[in-house]
Write a protein that binds this ligand. Sequence first.
Ligand SMILES: NC(=O)c1ccc[n+]([C@@H]2O[C@H](COP(=O)([O-])OP(=O)(O)OC[C@H]3O[C@@H](n4cnc5c(N)ncnc54)[C@H](O)[C@@H]3O)[C@@H](O)[C@H]2O)c1
Length: 326
Amino acid sequence: MSKPKALATRPLFPPARAILNEQCDVDYCTVAERISRFELLKRVADIVVLVWLLTEKVDEELLAAAPKLRIAATVSVGYDNIDVAACTRRKVIATNTPGVLDDTTADFAWTLLMAISRRLVEGDAWVRAGTWPGWDLDQLLGGDVHGKTVGIVGIGRIGRGVARRAQGFNMRVLYTDQVRITPQLEKELHVEYHPIDALLRESEFVTLHVPLLHDTRHLISSAEFEKMKRSAYLINTARGPVVDENALVDALERRLIAGAALDVYEREPHVHPGLIARKDVILAPHLASASIETRTKMAVMAATNVAALFEGRRPPNALNVEALSF
Ligand SMILES: NC(=O)c1ccc[n+]([C@@H]2O[C@H](COP(=O)([O-])OP(=O)(O)OC[C@H]3O[C@@H](n4cnc5c(N)ncnc54)[C@H](O)[C@@H]3O)[C@@H](O)[C@H]2O)c1
């Protein structure tokens, strides 16, 4: 019997390919190809499986172009790039990759937090420029990390990882979330719940870990920057549109906050020109989960979701189990 046809929008990694190849006849796009929307719509015409990344969108238009599609497995935990309701209507199972990237992403939020407060990137540029005159008492003074207050916006899997790391730096950890965690978990994580306004007023570091949803779009905008400490840093490893970039640039220009360290942007790969030239900003190219171990686990997880479907099991990370009951 012939295997179902699949399209993977990147070559993935050998362990993930091995799982997928077992079940499907896979057309892998090359890295250099970086599939365009036009090409993607063409290549999904007769596929049953799509393994794809957050740089592509699965929406009504794509689903209409892929009438045989049964499963769309994104290699990411965030699924703001997929219209899950439209998938359900068309009986397409959507899956993501939660859990395997928590520590790697929390590590990176921490990397940004430390780098911005201790002005690491500015220092690196100075040394490379060959103009650094040598040690001096008041050079590139930053702010301490240990003993400060960090505010975590979204205490889900990754937010909790950030909280755990803060203990090692003897920090006060505040969090806000639409769902308050249990008192027992608050105790275990050493975190205090604060409504967002109070968290913004009290934190020296505000780090974002909410998904991009209708009500988290521009969660941090002009009114929020007004509430933050003048000495505060904003860290965003969640999704770009959670922060209103125009408002961020304005806040930095007006020195409402001390700086920002960003991994994600409103219109990737475009970066707001007002951010590019600023020294009080660190700009990372969306690499919070980019360790070889974790990216491999993510690809394997996506492939495992696909394999489960063809082995007659429920894909472990189905976002719309309803689609299975048809
Ligand atoms: N930069 C990267 O490479 C990278 C890597 C991994 C994840 N992410 C992003 O991080 C997000 C979080 O991942 P996670 O696995 O921790 O998700 P999660 O679902 O475990 O946690 C999200 C938390 O946000 C809370 N939340 C949702 N809406 C809220 C609102 N309006 N106000 C306050 N809290 C709200 C939820 O209750 C939940 O506790 C992902 O959705 C993804 O977009 C980015």
